[in-house]
Write a protein that binds this ligand. Structure first.
Ligand code: FAD
Ligand code: SF4
Length: 460
């Protein structure tokens, strides 16, 4: 028995920092079978408990082992309509893989890589899951937002014979998958391929429509939608509230990544959105968003990119794999530092950050040890670009336009365990209810809400 996962081939760091192509090349058939052979086929399948969409993990791995990739795909697809996406970006290390029996002694089975392999195999071999037409009462449902929560809710409803229209404010569907996560981690053609299949289930996607502006919630009921699912995400960037955040070349990670991913600013002037970046870039934060912003900066030609994080490496919320990729690519890390002020030159451009050094104190409410500033350690670090990646909050547009929702302290819509908002016919899920979380938790919420909507429609 191999103690470690079968390694996956990647683009070499010196090559990949010059392009936006995918870093991980995925398993070959032989490698996937080898990795699948590590699975113990545990009777109690603890790995499934760690999967918010309850994929039958040992079953699909068994099919890979026997070379039945089509069957493996059908098993995954029954529970997950976005497998090539979740296989790439899910934090498996804290979900299914964290529960894997092997992880007690060795590395867990590489469940995410196997899921990705199967989804990629199906795409390359034009294998589509069969669609069984289900009859349901002639009701239609509106879904607001086309991120993973909205897409999953819509596809579950469509699979159950319900007509669904997704309303998306941007010109392309996918939510953060499309405008936030860079293509070197999640190529756009893969997102659009999986969305195309959701359209084949009968889901209609209307882009460039802002619910709360172009159409109100009441307009949607007026148009005959019997239920509404809100999956409008956490697109509101947080700032630090320190002097200098309005200087030129200070970006929120949200704006920075949207310009790159959605507007393709790295292809300016072929595409018409530019991005101005200097040579020495600071990225503030320690999550996936910070890693993405840092790695994009390198690919845009920055000579030196440093992530400034207020705690230590151990408390960093970024996926380990992406942190390691960032190091391999040459991103620097400064731990236990806290920005106090962004400094600028006479023309209003950033030229440095005043920071103070921290030490770790007692654990806070998140269970992580709190950063405590050390007096007298203030110093100025030289940078010409600053990207703030310290988190996003729930998108306030819909709650403001429809004040009947109960809101949490961060502006999140409060729902019960099935996504019900307490308002007849209105459900919500994903980052708009939890604050910034994960793709798979948004998908799980979309799925639970779809089940509750079906029950509600059945009672009408
Ligand atoms: P979103 O994906 O935000 O989608 C919401 C959609 O609603 C958007 O398309 C938005 O335009 C639309 N919308 C908003 N308001 C309206 C309106 N009024 N009318 C119509 N449409 C509207 N998670 C992981 O699991 N792994 C990762 O590696 C990872 N990396 C990330 C990297 C970045 C840069 C970011 C920002 C997030 C990352 N996440 C990651 C988090 C993950 O992407 C989110 O948790 C997830 O996308 C939330 O899904 P959602 O459907 O709730 O919302
Ligand atoms: Fe296989 Fe690990 Fe799941 Fe056991 S827990 S069935 S070894 S993937």
């Amino acid at each position: 028995m191999r103690e470690k996962k079968v390694p996956v081939k990647k683009q070499p760091p010196s090559e990949r920092i010059k392009n936006f192509n995918e870093v991980s090349l995925g398993y070959t058939e032989k490698e996937a079978i080898q990795e699948a052979e590590r699975c113990l086929q545990c009777k109690n399948a603890p790995c499934i408990k760690g999967c918010p969409v309850e994929i039958e993990i040992p079953k699909f791995i068994k099919e890979i082992r026997e070379g039945n990739f089509k069957k493996a795909f059908e098993i995954i697809y029954e529970k997950n309509t976005l497998p090539a996406i979740s296989g790439r970006v899910c934090p498996q290390e804290t979900q299914c893989e964290a529960f894997c029996t092997l992880s007690k002694k060795w590395e867990p089975v590489a469940i995410g890589r196997l899921e990705r392999f199967v989804a990629d195999w199906a795409r390359k071999n034009n294998v589509y899951p069969s669609i069984t037409k289900v009859e349901f009462k002639n009701y239609k449902v509106a879904v607001v937002g086309s991120g993973p929560a909205g897409l999953t809710c819509a596809s579950e409803l469509a699979k159950n014979g319900i007509k669904v229209t997704i309303f998306e404010s941007l010109h392309l569907p996918g939510g953060v998958l499309t405008y936030g996560i860079p293509s070197f981690r999640l190529p756009k053609d893969i997102i659009f391929y999986e969305i195309e299949y959701i359209k084949k289930l009968g889901v209609e996607i209307k882009t460039d429509i802002i619910i709360g502006k172009t159409l109100s919630i009441d307009d949607l009921f007026g148009l005959g939608y019997k239920a509404i699912f809100i999956g409008s995400g956490a697109g509101l960037p947080s700032f630090m509230g320190i002097p200098g955040e309005n200087l030129l070349r200070v970006y929120s990670a949200n704006e920075f990544l949207t310009r790159i991913n959605l507007m393709k600013s790295y292809k300016f002037p072929e595409y018409d959105t530019p991005i101005s970046i200097g040579k020495k870039v600071a990225v503030i934060g320690g999550g996936n968003v910070a890693m993405d912003a840092a790695r994009c900066s390198l690919r845009l030609g920055a000579e030196n990119v440093t992530v400034l994080y207020r705690r230590t490496e151990k408390e960093m919320p970024a996926r380990r794999e992406e942190y390691e990729n960032a190091i391999e690519e040459g991103v620097n890390f400064e731990f236990l530092v806290q920005p106090l002020e962004i400094k600028g030159d006479k023309n209003g451009y950033v030229n440095g950050i005043k920071i103070i050094r921290n030490k770790l104190g007692e654990p806070d409410e998140s269970g992580r040890r709190k950063p405590v500033p050390i007096p007298g350690t203030e110093t100025i670090l030289e940078f010409d670009t600053v990207i703030v990646a310290i988190g996003q909050r729930p998108n306030p547009l819909i709650p403001r336009a429809y004040p009947k929702f109960k809101l949490g302290k961060h502006g999140n819509i409060i729902v019960d365990e099935n996504g019900f908002t307490g308002i007849k016919g209105i459900y919500a899920g994903g980052d708009i209810t939890t604050g910034a979380a994960t793709v798979i938790s948004a998908m799980g919420a979309g799925k639970r809400a779809a089940r509750a909507i079906i029950e509600y429609l059945s009672s009408l």
